[in-house]
Design a protein around this ligand. Structure first.
Ligand SMILES: NC(=O)c1ccc[n+]([C@@H]2O[C@H](COP(=O)([O-])OP(=O)(O)OC[C@H]3O[C@@H](n4cnc5c(N)ncnc54)[C@H](O)[C@@H]3O)[C@@H](O)[C@H]2O)c1
Ligand SMILES: O=C(O)C[C@H](O)C(=O)O
Length: 413
């Protein structure tokens, strides 16, 4: 008799637009390898509409849909409400830097997604072993290994999402910007290949410094004539994951209820958690707000120091990146209720790239949650003003890196 394999796993919670009182629910997927998916609840928002709904995509119908999606989870005897039904094993994901500290656990988490049909693992070292290992997991997706630049084309052809954690991590005493000299070239080279072989894919940049590597990727894609700003993402989900964890601990809240938007960028003071916009609504003393903000901003360094020279956050990063991949796949699959924070091309401020909550759809970023940056506390306003010069300098550094490289290449031809 054929055995039926059923697996379940959980990753966390989605974020949801400001102005919506939100409740998050745990991410769990039930799937089996013989039948199509009949139930799927992801990192899904449970918003209940309270007040301001002035973002461009919230018409009355959408509100009703969101309200419907906030119903409590079904009890066994209740009539099932209409739920989003994803297709099983549909998408191809490429992971570049797959044998590294982030790549390995991230590969495992992506291998567990029922939405993935093919997982392409690429690295310059050790990727065969990682692939052999992962391929023994009895989840639906097929895993394939690729190594060396000659195999990048086959790795990237036809993929829906490309995730890039390739690059060196920090050691104690370093800033993320200290990684620029090495990681800028790695990201530039990999994105050149993405531009040629999978120009329509969602691109998730994890490699640091994200504040510069995302503009680098944008510039490369522009030069290749395939830049779609809606599909290029700097992965800042770890900042949200940390903010949710630390705030829940500090205020003794149920983790599942907590959702803190984090805006700006992904380095030091450019990471700005908006405690005034979090759900549930909680009051903080000035000191609490300052201390929590500082802890969230320094959380990466906290891990780098604890690891004492052996790298930076890998497991929490893999968890956060898997959440962002899953959100992207759900959006690609037609779920109209997907929100995440990400560092993207943006017009919310005077900076060309900025992290904020965005609504994800089949074509990438569908809307920005502009209400996030209105009605901030005095502390948040000052912090937002303070982060802008540093973030602008990092963005400019990335852009001019690619422009100088292109100018040199043109001169030598
Ligand atoms: N965005 C975030 O929130 C966040 C969080 C944690 C770490 N990071 C960053 O992610 C990056 C990776 O961290 P890690 O801990 O996995 O490092 P790691 O050194 O453990 O792994 C990096 C992997 O990239 C591979 N690699 C290097 N050059 C490559 C290339 N040209 N093509 C393909 N693969 C290549 C290496 O062989 C290695 O397997 C670092 O830059 C780190 O700062 C970002
Ligand atoms: O801190 C780092 O260098 C890695 C990453 O950006 C993090 O936030 O953990």
């Amino acid at each position: 008799m054929a055995a039926m394999t059923t697996s379940t796993f959980g990753l966390g919670s989605y974020s949801t637009p400001a102005g919506l009182a939100t409740k998050t629910k745990p991410f769990s997927m039930n799937f089996n390898t013989l039948k199509p998916l009949n139930r799927f609840t992801g990192l899904k928002v449970m918003p209940s509409i309270e007040n301001e709904l002035d973002t461009s995509f919230f018409g009355r119908d959408s509100i009703r849909t969101l309200q419907a999606s906030s119903l409590p989870k079904l009890q066994p005897k209740q009539k099932p409400a209409k739920q989003f039904q994803p297709r099983a094993s549909t998408f191809k994901v490429a992971l570049l830097g797959a044998a590294g500290g982030i790549g390995q656990p991230l590969g495992l988490l992506i291998k567990m997604s029922p939405l993935v049909s093919n997982l392409h693992l690429y690295d310059i070292a050790n990727v065969k072993g990682v692939t052999a290992d992962l391929s023994h997991c009895n989840t639906p997706s097929q895993v394939h290994d690729f190594t060396g630049s000659s195999e990048l084309a086959s790795c990237l052809n036809g993929v829906d999402v490309v995730v890039i954690p390739a690059g060196i991590p920090r050691k104690p005493g370093m800033t993320r910007d200290d990684l620029f000299n090495i990681n800028a070239s790695i990201v530039m080279t990999l994105v050149e290949a993405v531009a040629i072989h999978s120009p329509d894919a969602f691109i998730h940049i994890i490699s640091n410094p994200v504040n510069s590597t995302v503009p680098i990727a944008a510039e490369v894609l522009k030069q290749k004539g395939v830049y779609n700003p809606k599909k290029l993402f700097g992965v800042t989900t770890l900042d949200v994951v940390r903010a949710n964890t630390f705030v829940a601990q500090k205020k003794n809240l149920k983790l599942i209820d907590v959702d803190v938007p984090v805006i700006g960028g992904h380095a030091g003071i450019t990471i700005l958690p908006l405690l005034s916009k979090m759900r549930p609504s909680v009051t903080f003393t000035d000191l609490e707000a300052q201390e929590l903000t500082a802890r969230i901003q320094n959380a990466g360094t906290e891990v780098v120091e604890a690891k004492d020279g052996s790298g930076s956050a890998t497991l929490s990063m893999a968890y956060a990146a898997a959440r962002f991949v899953e959100s992207s796949l759900r959006a690609l699959d037609g779920d109209g209720d997907v929100y995440e924070c990400s560092f993207v091309q943006s017009e919310l401020t005077d900076l060309p790239f900025f992290a904020s909550r965005v609504k994800l759809g089949k074509n990438g970023v569908e809307a920005f949650i502009s209400s996030d940056i209105r009605g901030l506390t005095e502390f948040e306003v000052k912090a937002l003003d303070a982060l802008k010069p540093e973030l602008k300098a990092s963005i400019d550094k990335g852009v001019s890196f690619v422009q100088k490289y292109a100018a040199k290449a043109a001169a030598s031809n």
